[in-house]
Write a protein of this length. Sequence first.
Length: 266
Amino acid sequence: MPASLHALRLLILGGTTEATMLCQALEGQSNIAPIVSLAGVTRTPHLPKIAVKIGGFGGSNGLSYWLQQNAIEAVIDATHPFAATMSHNAALACNALNIPLLRLERPAWQPTPQDCWHTVPSLQAAAHMLATPALWGNKHLTVFLTTGRKETAPFQAVPQHHYVLRSIDAPDAEALPPHTTLITARGPFDLAAEIATLRHYQFDYIVTKNSGGNATFPKIEAARQLNIPVIMVNRPAPAATPCVATATQALHWLKQYQTASTLRDV
Ligand code: NAP
């Protein structure tokens, strides 16, 4: 096939709004043959109209093997900022095979003077903070957990509080702290709805990861308006990979890469 007609075989590591936007932008583009990979965590994911692979690769070696078997020429890692294992594996495999890798990651939220954030390095540290008597005295707190259903275990060590967990799918009951109310819902949630939820439960604290992006930001805005303190879990350290913040910038990178490879192949 002439270089100009070559459809670039692209792997997108997905599971985020940005990955979905990138997949949608690539639907029907004849010069790129994308496949998006999802971990298979969400039981009923929204699937784009491009090829989809569901399930892990089997570590960085499994990913290397899969990339070679599928003759992948470029990878965009658009996984969540907290999906550090997948990003690490992608960096290892792409470096070993000399496959260009781009990280697509939305910027972290930043506090304003109106926010009351306690930033912590991990969910364990968030739980530890809730266990500190100086914070809660003898009071049983009502805590909003928006951490995802698989990350509730650290709060089992602080069973004295009442937790409200919101997640897309129901969690395993054995991973929950004893006094937990469950809300199963899929975002985005608008500001009015978030204010109503925060008022309804009268939360003392909100625990969230610093995911960034617009989809789940209204809870932060609502907390600001209602003066509710937020325990904000910082992101893990990023891999040393070139990074862009939007699907549009990722498309631009792809176009540049394709132009450079076409010139090389002529
Ligand atoms: P993780 O800890 O970095 O990855 C754990 C394992 O899951 C990886 O080693 C890999 O298995 C598999 N995996 C992760 N992302 C994958 C993908 N896109 N395609 C194929 N396999 C994948 O990830 P995580 O934090 O459990 O997140 C899992 C997925 O949920 C990610 O795709 C992420 O984008 C999405 N997500 C995560 C969060 C969060 O807060 N962590 C929030 C929203 C969405 P193998 O080693 O077998 O390849």
